[in-house]
Design a binder for this molecule. Structure first.
Ligand SMILES: Nc1nc2c(ncn2[C@@H]2O[C@H](COP(=O)(O)OP(=O)(O)OP(=O)(O)O)[C@@H](O)[C@H]2O)c(=O)[nH]1
Ligand SMILES: [Mg+2]
Length: 398
């Protein structure tokens, strides 16, 4: 539904986008909220702004507490490896046992609920890359409304992750657990159902004007409409990438990053003694809550199906590995670049060295996206997992 914001509100939004510190952002958002008209079309937007205000207040409080050396330690876990995956579940579902079984981390496993009170990271291998798993403290019903202190912080962890690993306890009403987790995520602005399209807006002074890169399709508008919409929100320099099917409303929504989609993998844990028919019945019912997620029975106790988790995660993360090669070398780098699925040659170059873009002549590609080995391509060529790329520039030596 369109929001039809008045110019005053759009101007306030532009102020928020330019704000640097959390305090400035908070002030700008409060002003913005007061200018949004109250009607059905702005309901989601207002809810999103209120949530963002609450998160900013929390961030400001947390910083103050850290500076003065008091209060709870930070929930922020620095990303390591190719992606960060947050393990979510209700108390006692087996999150710590899973983290222990899959990574080098040694969290405390216990049948006392709420054993884990802070996020715990661990690293897991998938072929030639590492993925970071982070166990989050347990989810409970109504957690954002303050029944437990880490409520909104756990949702903050989920929003910051690249994917979610949801652990359901098959021995303790897994369907209710699925329902509560989806509900809590939704209230925290995290969607686990894959949208039909995706818009990524990168605001940058380095881009002149609005550059729209269409990797999917615009369904009810033209590139010109996208430009007009963005400039009405005070966004004049940005790169806009369209994946899948995207409407003008979707683009407007993505300006506010209102909903965030996170790929989720669901594990039905403690399934070692369950009969196959019961497992199949549970999975069928859980699917209603997680329609676009793979659901797998596992057991951290017997290690059943645990070896399938790294590949399942990688396949659902929406990332690809691209290997770089120097023109005069025969073999590519061991360590791949990690790019988003749908990434183009220009994205790979930005990761190697941004200023290569200015001197770009062509790239040579070997692997799945190349029509033949060593195919010559331009900046807009779409890459695939396992590609090897060699970049040629107009200047010798770089
Ligand atoms: N039978 C069986 N028990 C398991 C399995 N995984 C975990 N458990 C047990 O379930 C209990 C809770 O496990 P934890 O890993 O501590 O659960 P948690 O989700 O981290 O719990 P909190 O940190 O308190 O939220 C422990 O007694 C584990 O031994 C499993 O696959 N099968
Ligand atoms: Mg735990």
């Amino acid at each position: 539904m369109p929001t039809n914001l008045p110019p005053e509100a759009r101007a306030k939004w532009a102020k928020y986008l330019d704000a640097r510190t959390p305090e400035e952002k908070l002030r700008a958002l409060e002003e913005y909220l007061s200018t949004i008209p109250k009607h059905k079309g702005t309901e989601n937007l207002r809810a999103w702004v209120r949530r963002k205000i609450a998160d900013l207040k929390e961030e400001i409080e947390e910083r103050k507490a850290r500076r003065s050396g008091s209060g709870a330690p930070s929930f922020f876990i620095e990303k390591e490896g190719a992606a960060q995956i947050v393990i979510l579940g209700m108390p006692n579902s087996g999150k710590s046992a899973l983290l222990r079984a899959l990574t080098n981390a040694k969290p405390h496993v216990s049948n006392i609920p709420f054993t884990t009170k802070h996020p715990i990271p661990g690293m897991m291998y998938y072929e030639d890359i590492q993925l970071q798993l982070v166990e989050a403290p347990a989810i409970v019903e109504g957690m954002r409304r303050g029944s437990i202190w880490w409520g909104s912080r756990v949702l903050g962890l989920a929003r910051n992750a690249d994917a979610l690993l949801i652990v359901l306890d098959s021995r303790n009403d897994p369907l209710s657990q699925a329902r509560i987790i989806v509900q809590e995520l939704k209230e925290g602005g995290v969607e686990i159902v894959k949208p039909r399209g995706e818009v990524v807006i990168l605001r940058s002074k380095a881009v002149h004007g609005i550059k729209v890169i269409t990797l999917g399709k615009l369904i009810d508008c033209t590139v010109e409409d996208v430009r007009k919409l963005l400039s009405s929100y005070g966004v004049f320099n940005a790169e806009v990438k369209i994946f899948g099917e995207v409407s003008l409303d979707d683009i407007e929504a993505s300006i506010f990053e209102r909903k965030i989609f996170k790929p989720a993998i669901v594990l039905l844990n403690k399934s070692e003694k369950l009969e196959n028919e019961i497992i199949a019945e549970y999975i069928g019912k859980i699917k209603k809550f997680f329609p676009s997620s793979p659901i797998m029975p596992v057991s951290s106790l017997t290690r059943e199906n645990l070896d399938k988790i790294p590949k399942l995660l990688f396949d659902n993360l929406g990332i690809i590995r691209v290997y770089t090669k120097e023109p005069n070398e025969s073999s590519p780098s061991d360590k791949p670049l990690i790019l988003k699925k749908g990434a183009i040659v220009a994205d790979a170059i930005k990761k190697i060295r941004e200023d290569y873009l200015k001197f770009f002549k062509y790239a040579k590609i070997w692997g799945p996206s190349a029509k033949y080995p060593g195919e010559r391509v331009g900046l807009d060529h779409q890459l695939q997992d396992g590609d090897i790329i060699e970049v040629r520039t107009k200047i010798k030596g770089i």
